[in-house]
Design a binder for this molecule. Structure first.
Ligand SMILES: *[C@@H]1O[C@H](CO)[C@@H](O)[C@H](O)[C@H]1NC(C)=O
Ligand SMILES: *[C@@H]1O[C@H](CO)[C@@H](O)[C@H](O)[C@H]1NC(C)=O
Ligand SMILES: *[C@@H]1O[C@H](CO)[C@@H](O)[C@H](O)[C@H]1NC(C)=O
Ligand SMILES: *[C@@H]1O[C@H](CO)[C@@H](O)[C@H](O)[C@H]1NC(C)=O
Ligand SMILES: *[C@@H]1O[C@H](CO)[C@@H](O)[C@H](O)[C@H]1NC(C)=O
Ligand SMILES: *[C@@H]1O[C@H](CO)[C@@H](O)[C@H](O)[C@H]1NC(C)=O
Length: 400
């Protein structure tokens, strides 16, 4: 352990939240973005986007309101202050925006929408989700041309059966949006294919209204395997795309993780099906578990840093070697673990990593939204947790 390095967030973690009224774009720890407990609203599975002008948008799955909706929060100072600016509501199904939001900005015109349009998606299902005869799951696309103040329905991307995670049921889940070329790719988890309990797939649109055929991204021969929860990022120095996913296979386990986090690297974000899936392992002894997220930052060396988060641990998993399977390290950050925690690297401050958490998958803690902003350089230079079971901090780098 390098005692010489006292990280700002370590000092902050034991004292008051230093940046409650901090400078714009400063670092801060576990700051409350939204607390809906007074209205019985529980936040889980948040998502983040930074607009070209530096405005941050946060949204989240919310439980407790019927019909459900996705609240949208805005910060213009790097997350120091947040305002609740709109709600993304279901305008077409009468079901609500039930869970699993996605949000991005168009940086070039597409489908008749100008650059600067904010696109959002999510999973809409009937509030009585246990009744398979009333319901379905619909992954819908919404657009805002006024910086997330108002929203218009654009299209149904895909639809499936009622929400039901049992293999053999036919729902769809967990959209992720990405612009590639002059088209929008919508990734999601798909239980409709009778050959696979669940697979990962995408569809592409050039007009945002009509969608191409379903293309597999991750589909295993073993029927019971349920790859899930696609998130994709670009790694510019090697011009590859990385797709992270959870990869449960019955009750099998990787170092005790039943939903081990896997990834695939591909030259194109539309050809992951041909790429090999690799499980993230730390020191041959630890595997992160469930609901991963991935971002890339130019900080950390010639290849920058790939940063992955999972559902069960507060830590992040970093790779400064272009995704080399042997080069993952486990690093401490001050943000609590959460179900499908969101990450964001700021465009003008690429060393700054924001982590946004809602509740855990099934834990008792209050499901409020909190965020931290950490220096990735400090995270990479700081303590490294090499194994899950011990709480000792060890250096990942034996030469260190
Ligand atoms: C609060 O929300 C939960 C769902 O998250 C619901 O089961 C419960 O009935 C709600 N309570 C009240 C008082 O509305
Ligand atoms: C969002 O919806 C909630 C619940 O209906 C409401 O209390 C809140 O004022 C709405 N916020 C905005 C910005 O529309
Ligand atoms: C399911 O929905 C159908 C159609 O609305 C209704 O007839 C049926 O009673 C519902 N079943 C249950 C168990 O609520
Ligand atoms: C969920 O799907 C399974 C498999 O198709 C089915 O047996 C079960 O009845 C479904 N559950 C509900 C609540 O509809
Ligand atoms: C794992 O699941 C299989 C079948 O699904 C079952 O036969 C086996 O006993 C299970 N193993 C454990 C350790 O639970
Ligand atoms: C950058 O990534 C590429 C591709 O994985 C690898 O060959 C190269 O060694 C990496 N460079 C460094 C400095 O890690």
């Amino acid at each position: 352990m390098r005692f010489s390095q006292i990280l700002p967030w370590l000092a902050a973690a034991v004292g008051p939240v230093v940046a409650a009224d901090g400078d714009p774009w400063s670092l801060f720890t576990d700051k409350v973005v939204f607390d809906g407990r007074a209205q019985n609203l529980s936040a889980s599975y948040p998502r983040l986007a930074e607009l070209e002008d530096g405005t941050l948008l946060a949204t989240t799955g919310l439980f407790g309101a019927t019909p459900a909706f996705f609240p949208v929060f805005e910060s213009t100072d790097g997350g120091i202050h947040w305002a609740w600016v709109s709600n993304i509501t279901d305008q077409v199904n009468g079901w609500g925006m039930s869970a699993q939001p996605a949000i991005i900005e168009l940086t070039e015109p597409l489908g008749g929408f100008p650059a600067g349009t904010v696109l959002a998606s999510g999973n809409s299902w009937h509030p009585d989700s246990s009744n398979s005869s009333t319901g379905g799951t619909k992954i819908d696309l919404y657009a805002s041309t006024d910086k997330a103040r108002t929203w218009q329905f654009v299209s149904h991307i895909a639809q499936g059966g009622a929400p039901n995670t049992t293999n053999g049921a036919t729902p769809i889940w967990e959209p992720f949006l990405m612009v590639y070329g002059r088209s929008l790719a919508a990734y999601y988890s798909d239980q409709r294919d009778p050959l696979h309990g669940q697979k990962l797939a995408h569809q592409v649109s050039t007009d945002l209204r009509t969608w191409g055929s379903v293309v597999n991204d991750v589909a295993y021969d073993l029927y019971m395997q349920r790859p899930g929860m696609t998130v994709v990022a670009h790694i510019p120095p090697i011009d590859k795309y990385i797709l992270v996913y959870e990869n449960p296979a019955g009750n099998s386990s990787s170092h005790g993780s039943h939903y081990p986090v896997y990834y695939r690297l591909s030259d194109s974000p539309l050809t992951f099906d041909a790429a090999e899936g690799v499980g993230i392992e730390i020191g041959g002894a630890f595997a992160p578990n469930a609901a991963p997220y991935v971002v890339w930052s130019p900080a950390g060396g010639p290849n920058g840093t790939v940063v992955v988060s999972d559902a069960d641990y507060s830590t992040v998993y970093t790779n400064t070697a272009g995704g080399d399977p042997a080069a993952w390290q486990r690093r401490a950050v001050p943000q609590p673990s959460a179900y499908s925690r969101a990450l964001l690297v700021f465009k003008e401050h690429p060393d700054h990593l924001m982590l946004l958490s809602g509740g855990t998958f099934d834990g008792p803690e209050p499901k409020i939204l909190t965020a931290s902003v950490v220096s990735l350089t400090a995270v990479l230079g700081g303590d490294c947790l090499s194994s899950a079971k011990n709480t000792r901090r060890e250096l990942c780098d034996p030469e260190g």
